[in-house]
Design a protein around this ligand. Structure first.
Ligand SMILES: Cc1cc2nc3c(=O)[nH]c(=O)nc-3n(C[C@H](O)[C@H](O)[C@H](O)COP(=O)(O)OP(=O)(O)OC[C@H]3O[C@@H](n4cnc5c(N)ncnc54)[C@H](O)[C@@H]3O)c2cc1C
Length: 482
């Protein structure tokens, strides 16, 4: 059986590319190495409780436009719940509980007003937030209209950027640094400023809901991965799990695709694997990919550790609370988020390099002690079970000096890249992964419209090396979008 496009990797990038291409009428084959779809945003069944447990809590923001488009396409919009406006309960290291709540005002005044009302920090410190208005406005102008420049240097860290723009220490510790850690998965003193400024600019878009938090109300695999599979299959495509795949390159073009060692037929390939799996997914004469392979090989990773605890009673007053300054910066009550099918709390430690090698017992104890310090009533609850999930390569590092991120186009005809680590400008996020999948799909659709072969980063503007007409998807089939 032959396909128009083969997609290697069934995470958010691969599935969003597959859904977009399928919606346009292409016959798509998705090959995923693992037994289940979803990659770094997936769930599994806990063998003891039988509950679906996420590989780590995932949050979306209201500004994740391409993600919402993808969810709508695969009929999964109802699987996330978006706050009306940003509302974040927090308990600081002294045990003081406050909520950052944004009033219904136009953006960015809603956030500024929310900060000015927020009694977690002194008024003078809160006022320093106003100094960010100018750089954020400039960043938005740059991102939307390409005017001016992004007001952040790739050589400066988030911490130095915040200091440069006059953010008071307490405001940094309580708001900006926890936000940066959550969004970038790297401490503010390590991560480069530009992706953070980009996130800020997107959150402070025209709609105040852009900065609101959206939470999956189903375990991740059921939330988007299985709906995406059903959608692709309903369009005549195939999604194969437990199917490690590889592209063979010869004479500067895709020569063959092997899935579990067997050949598969498709003239175009989207490689939607993470940076650390790239080298194993290509074979043959890969000279044209040498710079990308070198960048992928030298990219550093940042871990996330999640501790899941089961108690004999409800212990959180709401679905989640931020614990700034602690090892586990956020805790989520999955019962309040997912309903009665879940009974555990998930504690998230982002930028977890310093704890990723600690023992499970130590991590569970730390999570328990930190929550009990914030909410002393927790001490009277009985802990029934703990389950630790370590994602050692959760995200790529955003530290200054990391290798450049590759474009979707490669130097190999018929081969495109997707994945959160490709050049999206965003940190490793759901939105970045979906953007990259959409971008690869769009390049294929454009090339199909113009009768060209996508993937030629160098020679893309020329019409050399076109696909044989019979291998090219029909133009009409590509124009419709569901
Ligand atoms: C614990 C955790 C928490 C996170 N929290 C958030 C959050 O709150 N908000 C947010 O926006 N982002 C979050 N992220 C980041 C987000 O999950 C990732 O950016 C996103 O899932 C990356 O998707 P991807 O498709 O680019 O890559 P992946 O999810 O890594 O998908 C790539 C797929 O390719 C497969 N593969 C690899 N090699 C082969 C091969 N040879 N053949 C076939 N298949 C192959 C892999 O098995 C994998 O399934 C979090 C990540 C983690 C780990």
């Amino acid at each position: 059986m032959s396909f128009d496009v083969a997609i290697i990797g069934g995470g958010l990038a691969g599935l969003s590319a597959a859904a977009r291409l399928s919606a346009g009428g292409a016959r798509v084959l998705v090959a995923e190495a693992r037994p289940a779809l979803g990659g770094r945003a997936s769930s599994f069944t806990d063998p003891v409780t039988g509950e679906a447990v996420d590989n780590g809590q995932h949050l979306l923001l209201g500004c994740y436009r391409e993600t919402f488009e993808f969810l709508a396409r695969v009929g999964a919009s109802g699987n996330v719940r978006l706050q009306g406006a940003l509302e974040v309960p927090m308990i600081d290291e002294a045990g003081h509980a406050t909520t950052l709540r944004c009033p219904p005002l136009p953006s960015p005044y809603h956030l500024m007003a929310g900060i000015l009302e927020w009694d977690a920090i002194g008024l003078r410190d809160r006022l320093s937030a106003l100094r960010l208005a100018a750089p954020v406005r400039q960043a938005r102008r740059f991102l939307l209209g390409g005017k001016g420049w992004l007001p952040a240097s790739p050589d400066e860290t988030v911490e130095s950027w915040l200091t440069r723009w006059g953010q008071a220490r307490r405001l940094r510790e309580m708001l900006w640094e926890p936000l940066a850690l959550a969004a970038l998965n790297q401490p503010a003193h390590e991560a480069a400023a530009p992706p953070f400024v980009r996130v800020l600019a997107q959150m402070l878009g025209p709609d105040p809901a852009d900065s609101a938090i959206a939470m999956p109300v189903r375990p991740l695999t059921a939330m988007y991965a299985e709906p995406a599979r059903a959608f692709v299959e309903s369009c005549g495509g195939q999604v194969r799990t437990s199917s490690p795949a590889r592209v063979r390159v010869a004479n500067g073009r895709v020569a063959a695709i092997e899935i579990r060692g067997e050949p598969a037929a498709a003239p175009l390939v989207i490689l939607a694997v993470p940076w650390f799996a790239l080298a194993d997914a290509v074979a043959g004469d890969t000279a044209a990919l040498a710079p990308v392979l070198a960048a992928a090989r030298s990219a550093a990773a940042s871990p996330i550790v999640t501790v899941n605890l089961w108690f004999d009673r409800e212990v959180l007053p709401g679905p989640f609370v931020g614990l700034p300054g602690r090892t586990f910066q956020w805790v989520f009550d999955k019962r309040q988020v997912l309903g009665d099918s879940a009974a555990h709390l998930s504690f998230v430690s982002s930028g977890a390099a310093s704890v990723v090698t600690a023992s499970n017992e130590m991590l569970a104890e730390t999570a328990f002690d930190e929550l009990a310090a914030a909410l002393p009533a927790v001490r009277s609850a009985r802990l029934l079970r703990s389950l630790v999930v370590r994602e050692r390569r959760a995200t790529f590092s955003l530290a200054p000096g990391q290798p450049a991120r590759p474009d979707a186009r490669t130097g190999v005809a018929g081969l495109l890249l997707a994945g959160d680590w490709t050049e999206t400008g965003l940190p490793a996020t759901i939105e970045g992964a979906v953007m990259s999948g959409h971008r690869a799909a769009e390049l294929i659709q454009q090339a199909a419209d113009h009768g060209r072969t996508p993937g030629l980063g160098v020679a893309d503007s020329g019409s050399s090396d076109p696909l044989p007409a019979e291998a090219r998807p029909g133009r009409q089939a590509w124009s419709a979008d569901r």
